[in-house]
Write a protein that binds this ligand. Structure first.
Ligand code: TYD
Ligand code: MG
Length: 453
């Protein structure tokens, strides 16, 4: 095969250069030039080129839309995150910290899927023995799943064409390389070209492909831009790797809703599904303690009750600290300003630490009111009752705004035995769920009165 001519492309602006340089001459970005292949030279992913056929143009109404061919992964939580099952020919990227459970969940899934369909597990990180040992330890069915250790993408695709699996796992994309590039596996160019080949293979053959992607120290998938827009679905594993809970979140999904959350627990027998997450996140101390409050978040299609904790302490620095785990730090700074202006409660001489119990990330603004309730409870050393639920968005002028799906959040709270709920007036139902008394509020001052009457 004729050797393809090499050049360097900027990952930011796409400009190409014959020589590598530290800075892109086009857009000025630093360290963005990576090895790439010259357009026109030896088509890398076997691009066929134009053969003169008429392009396929139709109106939308003429396009027949059948239900997407989906099949279950035999895991209810994974199916939920995928939008109701795995779609034929789709490419799913699973990212997460090392040791969070990516290989475990995919091995469990594939062993079960292999009972019904042909499946292939390609590993570039572990030996066949290691994979087999893990399957044995987890008591997974082992007689159908095929395992291959290979890191050359051309060999992988060639084998997959023969094996014709319905589902294939590549663990991990960072260990895979293409013969066409000289750079080391794991680099942006290698990851991109290998993934491009796999995406083409998936679309042509109808094989659903899972890609495992490692996360860099900064918290992004290595080669993030290039991978995330190439694949159909991006799932992230969250949670503390020393804790038991693992959360699988969809951040992009061409075949379903995003921000859908799957909850798992890591046990000595692998990952187990958690079907009632609220119950887990709410295991609290018996006595009421200051700085703790429960809110209802909305994750994709279901509500979840989580506990927000705050610790407010006298600051000994010029710049008091605002530290959050699982919540937005800028949002906290903004809310503390609102609290001062509209609630008359200053915190400029206080360090504020916030945490969501269980390693959950709460990204929605419905947490605003709960967050301030926890802060004031800690500041005043006054515990809030155990059976109190709080949620609502706070605006800059101190108004409490309604949030989506208020009814479902309240129902979830009633189901778990909550007796009182302080919520935005717009979310107050005509008829409260049984056993729950709903206190609607429109202003921050009003909410504070209701909280600490
Ligand atoms: P792994 O799935 O290999 O993580 P990743 O592929 O994301 O790097 O490993 C997950 C971690 O979970 C590993 O450190 C060991 C632990 N673990 C258990 O606690 N129980 C089990 O049954 C298994 C298989 C792993
Ligand atoms: Mg692994």
């Amino acid at each position: 095969m004729a050797k393809a001519k090499r050049m360097y492309g900027c990952t930011e602006c796409g400009a190409t250069f014959p020589k590598w340089a530290g800075q892109c001459g086009e857009c000025g970005a630093w360290n963005t030039l990576v090895e790439a292949l010259l357009e026109g030279a030896a088509p890398l992913s076997g691009r066929g080129g134009w053969a003169g056929q008429q392009a396929n143009v139709r109106t939308l109404a003429e396009v027949s839309v059948e239900e997407l061919p989906r099949f279950s992964t035999a895991s209810k939580e994974l199916d939920r995150v995928l939008g109701g099952g795995l779609v034929d020919g789709s490419v799913v990227l699973i990212g997460g910290d090392p040791g969070i459970g990516k290989s475990t969940i995919l091995l469990q899934t594939l062993c079960n899927v292999a009972e019904r369909f042909p499946a292939l597990y390609v590993t570039g990180e572990e030996s066949q023995q290691q994979v087999a040992m893990r399957a044995r330890r987890l008591d997974l069915p082992q007689d159908k799943l095929k395992v291959m250790t290979e890191t050359c993408i051309e060999a992988i695709v060639a084998t997959a064409r023969l094996e014709k699996p319905k589902v294939m796992v590549i663990d991990s994309i960072q260990t895979i390389f293409t013969e066409q590039l000289q750079s080391a596996p794991g680099g942006v160019a290698q990851v991109r070209e290998s993934a491009a080949l796999l995406v083409r293979f998936a679309k042509q053959s109808g094989t659903a492909v899972f890609l495992v992607g490692h996360v860099t120290k900064e918290g992004a998938l290595a080669g993030p831009r290039v991978l995330e827009h190439m694949v159909d679905t991006v799932l992230y594993f969250e949670g503390e790797s020393d804790g038991r809970l693992r959360l699988l979140r969809a951040v992009k999904n061409r075949f379903g809703a995003i921000n859908e959350l799957g909850v798992f627990g890591m046990t000595d027998k692998g990952l187990k599904e958690v079907s009632n997450p609220s119950a887990i996140f709410l295991t609290r101390a018996q006595e009421e303690v200051p700085g703790s409050v429960v809110m209802a978040t909305w994750e994709g299609t279901r509500p979840m009750l989580v506990e927000v904790q705050a610790l407010v302490d006298t600051s000994h620095m010029g710049n008091p600290r605002r530290v959050t785990l699982g919540l937005d730090q800028n949002r906290l700074a903004m809310l503390l300003a609102v609290l001062h202006r509209h609630g008359g409660i200053p915190t400029y001489d206080q360090d504020v630490f916030l945490n969501v119990v269980g390693g959950v990330k709460v990204l929605e603004t419905a947490s605003d009111l709960a967050l301030l309730a926890a802060v004031i409870s800690s500041l005043r050393n006054r515990p809030l009752p155990h059976d109190l639920l709080v949620f609502g968005e706070i605006g800059l002028s101190g108004e409490i705004r309604p949030v989506p799906s208020g009814q479902e959040r309240l129902k979830e709270a009633a189901k778990h035995g909550f007796k009182r709920a302080i919520v935005p007036r717009g979310n107050a139902p005509k008829e409260a769920p049984e056993g729950l008394s709903v206190i609607p509020v429109t202003r921050l001052e009003q909410a504070l009165d209701a909280l600490f009457e």
